[in-house]
Design a binder for this molecule. Structure first.
Ligand SMILES: NC(=O)c1ccc[n+]([C@@H]2O[C@H](COP(=O)([O-])OP(=O)(O)OC[C@H]3O[C@@H](n4cnc5c(N)ncnc54)[C@H](O)[C@@H]3O)[C@@H](O)[C@H]2O)c1
Length: 283
């Protein structure tokens, strides 16, 4: 009898996969896919199968997908040149389609996608300006850039696959709008810039909370919405008192119970920022 779930991880040489693979490796039977087998530091990642998931010929990688319990999609084409960004994001939308379509054809049960808070980043400045209090996964997703637009687009594509009318089969789907997982956002704010500090405190996502969120998104049996569609969008943040993206649905549907809290983790840095802001005021 199979004891471990089989999980395919795309973009497995990348940053976010690097954070999560240590949590996944004993828990799942993993297949790692990427277009390269070195991480951002140039170190080789063991066990990567080289595939190009932007390639429209699904036959070049479908064997890896066959019968898996879940696919966790971190594959993402990074763009250095803003002039190419729209074309680049079209590649990311194409890659998302290829992953959904192959997963559907190869009887994968669920796809868990790395989306981003940028899917609805238009609202962020309204919140920081005090014109709005909270964004939920039900707030109409609007972005100020192509990156967020692409995330929203492949979230919506995920819904089409989850609904199953287009293909006569439903592909379960979770979209995780990752917040700020690096832990360096607060350090990088200019001392005393309390607007950026607030954003950094709101967005923080610790590695262990991110692992919990992804694991529960992979493993929770029933992820149907109120209309019976197996589709969810969850914000990926820790238990941040400054948070302005709602995680109430993640708490309710998959029992997400984040252990970390940006105010506690960064209390010393917060103090430095407040003192600097007070000094700046006196000048
Ligand atoms: N890093 C963050 O702070 C952050 C925040 C929010 C959301 N996200 C999202 O998480 C996902 C992963 O981000 P990351 O920071 O790990 O990016 P990354 O660039 O470090 O990793 C992406 C990986 O995808 C691989 N890839 C690129 N093209 C591919 C292709 N054609 N086929 C197969 N693999 C391919 C790359 O080689 C790379 O290893 C992205 O969707 C990103 O938007 C990241």
């Amino acid at each position: 009898m199979k004891t471990k779930k089989t999980v395919i991880v795309t973009g497995a040489s990348g940053l976010i996969a690097g954070y999560l693979l240590p949590y996944f490796k004993d828990r799942y039977e993993l297949t790692l896919l990427d277009v390269k087998d070195t991480n951002r530091e140039g170190n080789r990642i063991q066990g990567i199968h080289i595939v190009d998931l932007v390639d429209k010929d699904l036959d070049t990688y479908r064997d890896f997908f066959r019968g898996a319990d879940a696919i966790v999609h971190f594959g993402w084409v990074h763009c250095d040149n803003p002039k190419n960004q729209f074309r680049n994001e079209m590649c990311n939308v194409q890659m998302a389609y290829n992953v959904y379509q192959t997963a559907m054809e190869e009887n994968v049960r669920r796809v868990v996608m790395a989306s981003s808070n940028h899917a609805a980043d238009y609202y962020e400045s309204l919140i920081l300006d005090g014109k709005m209090d909270l964004v939920t996964p039900d707030t109409k997703p609007l972005s100020h850039g192509y990156y967020g637009w692409a995330k929203e687009t492949y979230e919506h594509l995920g819904f089409v696959f989850a609904l199953g009318r287009q293909n006569n089969r439903s592909l379960e789907n979770v979209q995780i709008r990752i917040g700020g997982p690096r832990g360096t956002d607060l350090e990088r704010c200019d001392r005393g810039d309390l607007r950026r500090v607030r954003r950094a405190l709101a967005a923080y996502l610790s590695k262990r909370d991110m692992a919990q969120l992804f694991i529960k998104s992979i493993e929770t049996k029933d992820i149907r919405d109120k209309n019976g569609v197996p589709f969810q969008i969850f914000y990926g943040i820790s238990n941040n008192p400054h948070g302005f993206w709602s995680i109430a649905n993640a708490r309710e549907i998959i029992g997400y119970d984040p252990e970390d809290n940006s105010e506690i983790r960064f209390r010393q840095l917060i103090n430095e920022h407040i003192q600097a802001a007070e000094k700046n005021k006196q000048r």
